[in-house]
Design a protein around this ligand. Structure first.
Ligand code: HBI
Length: 369
């Protein structure tokens, strides 16, 4: 049966253009999903801030770039802060473009963790679907997401169940996971490499715990990621006299995955309710088992003893013990887990089913064209 082609408008995050890295994980999500939805034959109009670029083109993809001032990130605001709309803000301009072309499309998918697009769900005829990218980082976002979750439960989806628990929803939450392009990651079977850690270099990511593990085992720790908090990074360097951390910077995916794949394990030490944990999946894709605190998304992605180990949050002795046992994990399990659960194809299929159900079309098997 040919699936019904959907004409979709996808609206990117307003905190930085696609490719700037400022959107963090949500940039990878958008790019992976567009590739996956196009593989399924759907037509996409991407509305994104000026400067956005994608690593591929397609006759099924149109990109509309909107100029304006970036929206401040909720990760840099206080939980009790009000919504700020800067002068010449890009956010309302993105959504004026959506409203202009809405009647030629089947649905909108919003990736912005922002108040305006959620509120618009109440007054727009076209169905706006929201892929919520974080836990409750702000009271006003928690309020509007919970309200839309009550009014339009089929139009909200989350990356993980644990993330959705931050919001008071009426129905069972819709979980779509995330997805990464299989073509970008290569399996590395080497079992005796160094220890790695990857993520934004900022306090909520808990890098200091991984450094203590490497120090205890008297070895180096390879660290990839954008140094968002320089003061924190220099504190990390001064925990111990000898040099533990080998800073590798924020690399493009092809270089990052090639280096990451050589690690015998990735340590993941979140201090906040990480909604998903992209680096966990990228490690899986390269065959690298993960030792993670049982918290947030990582706690849901790691199957303890199968593709890695879960450790009680902040239990550094537990991390050390797990690191010494890591050769018990078959690296092939990690790659298999990735191919079954987190490629952009399976992610796009889950999103497609979310949209078909939300648009009251039965699931894709029995749809006529
Ligand atoms: N803040 N205001 C705002 N809007 C976003 O879309 C947003 C954000 N902070 C972080 C963020 N998105 C993404 O980096 C995470 O959702 C992954």
């Amino acid at each position: 049966m040919i699936n019904k082609q959907l004409k979709l408008i996808l609206v990117s995050t307003p905190i930085g253009y696609l490719g700037s890295g400022k959107g963090g994980g949500v940039e990878i999500t958008i790019i992976s999903l567009i590739k996956g939805l196009i593989l399924l034959g759907h037509k996409i109009i991407l509305i994104a801030p000026k400067g956005s670029k994608l690593p591929f083109e397609s006759k099924l993809l149109e990109i509309r770039l909107i100029d304006g001032i970036d929206q401040p990130s909720w990760q840099h605001q206080k939980t009790s802060d009000p919504v700020l709309i800067p002068f010449n803000s890009v956010l309302p301009k993105l959504w004026e473009e959506v409203i202009d072309i809405a009647n030629e499309s089947d649905a909108v998918i919003n990736f912005a963790y922002d108040w305006l697009p959620l509120w618009l769900t109440k007054i727009q005829a076209i169905k706006i679907f929201h892929l919520i990218s974080m836990g409750a980082e702000s009271l006003i976002m928690k309020e509007i997401i919970s309200e839309i979750g009550q009014l339009f439960p089929s139009q909200l989806a989350f990356h993980t169940k644990i993330q959705s628990k931050d919001y008071s929803l009426k129905n069972e939450p819709i979980i779509v996971g995330n997805g990464f392009d299989m073509e970008n990651y290569f399996f590395n079977k080497n079992e005796n490499g160094p220890l790695g850690w990857a993520g934004r270099i900022a306090p909520e990511k808990g890098l200091e715990d991984a450094v203590k593990v490497a120090n205890d085992l008297d070895e180096k720790l390879l660290v990839w990621g954008f140094i968002e908090d320089k003061e924190y990074a220099s504190k990390i360097e001064n925990i111990f006299k000898k040099e533990i951390v080998e800073w590798r910077g924020f690399l493009p995916t092809n270089q990052f995955q090639e280096q990451l794949g050589r690690c015998r394990a990735l340590l993941n030490t979140p201090k906040w309710n990480e909604a998903y944990g992209n680096v966990i999946v990228e490690a899986m894709a390269c065959g690298v088992p993960v030792i993670a605190y049982d918290l947030g998304g990582p706690g849901e992605l790691i199957e303890d003893g199968f593709n890695g180990f879960l450790v009680k949050p902040n239990d550094i002795e537990g991390l050390i013990k797990a690191t010494k046992l890591i050769s018990e994990i078959k690296r092939k399990n990690c790659r298999d887990w990735f191919e079954i659960k987190a490629t952009n194809k399976v992610f796009a299929e889950r999103v497609e089913n979310w949209l078909y159900k939300g648009l009251n079309k039965k699931n894709s098997d029995d749809l006529q064209d």
